[in-house]
Design a protein around this ligand. Sequence first.
Ligand code: ZN
Length: 104
Amino acid sequence: MDNWFNLYRASHSLEAHALKGALEVEGIPVRLSGEGLAGAVGELPVDLLQVTLLVREQDRSRAGRVIERYQQRQGNGWLCGQCGEENEANFEICWRCRHDPHDA
Ligand SMILES: [Zn+2]
């Protein structure tokens, strides 16, 4: 059996899925935990649920570097709250779906 290790706690589901995609591009299998709580908790918006990313023990150091790169990029940009796409810091609206983050 593989040992799955808690790599990172995402602040919301969109971030978790963005990170999962980034890790899978690197060939690192990812499991998410926490999303299934939605039904138990009740009416919480999905965006507010914390989601933990798990990776296998042998992928731990590689996965850590992917997370670091991701977080460095976050410092220079923002994640669209509507479609989850990454945007450069100087973008006023999402380049993909044209969502305006200031117009919440
Ligand atoms: Zn968007």
